[in-house]
Design a protein. Structure first.
Length: 216
């Protein structure tokens, strides 16, 4: 794969072996393209990257020597994604990239603006992404905090991140924040303030914050 990328004048930034490691690179401005095996070494599918890359408007190419129809049907629902069957020619890769970049650009110009959550009456309520101040992990739930309401969603924080866009950044193992709602950041005390809420900064996320927030 590295040789094919070189032949196509693409620079390999990093190689990772798990979805968790990939998460560290899935931020605006860090990468322009994601190429992923369809399955990890432990057999787990990497299709969970579809929503996250869609939110970031990143083209993603899955590759496998053992295709199956369900994976193909899932991937073809996303304009920014493609599936290549190994072995494939370098020109096939280049053609796929040429097709995906315009689709990703369209996503960038037409971003997802809202999510739906189930309320206490078992109805689906629309929440504008911009109204979300932060998302916090509490046990098996993700707590969505807006200016006036809290919503409990039975979803892990990592899975919740796949529904959010580049306005949001994970700053701690238990917190994702909306960058547009941050009032102040203290790298000395490793804390973020949104309105009157103090949110901790995890040490492993410090650089992500300094890379994502404009500093005069």
């Amino acid at each position: 794969m590295k040789q094919i990328l070189t032949e196509n004048a693409l620079t390999l930034i990093s190689t990772v072996s798990s979805i968790e490691q990939a998460e560290k690179w899935l931020h605006p401005g860090k990468v322009d393209l994601v190429i992923s095996e369809l399955f990890q070494d432990d057999g787990k599918s990497t299709l969970v990257l579809l929503n996250r890359t869609q939110a970031l408007s990143l083209p993603i190419i899955f590759s496998t020597a053992h295709p199956f129809k369900l994976a193909y049907e899932r991937i073809r629902q996303f304009a920014h994604a493609a599936l290549l069957i190994k072995p494939f020619h370098r020109l096939t890769l280049q053609r796929t990239i040429d097709l995906l970049y315009p689709a990703a650009e369209h996503l960038r110009n037409s971003p997802i603006q809202s999510v739906f959550v189930r309320n206490n009456q078992s109805k689906m309520e629309r929440i504008d992404l911009q109204s979300i101040h932060w998302v916090e992990s509490e046990g098996n739930y993700a707590i969505i905090q807006t200016a006036t309401k809290r919503y409990a969603v039975k979803r892990s924080l990592q899975k919740m991140a796949y529904l959010l866009d580049s306005r949001f950044l994970r700053v701690h193992k238990s917190f994702i924040v909306n960058l547009n709602h941050i009032n102040d950041i203290s790298l000395l005390t490793m804390q973020i303030t949104i309105q009157e809420q103090v949110i901790p900064i995890g040490r492993t996320y410090r650089k992500d914050i300094t890379d994502s927030v404009p500093i005069a």
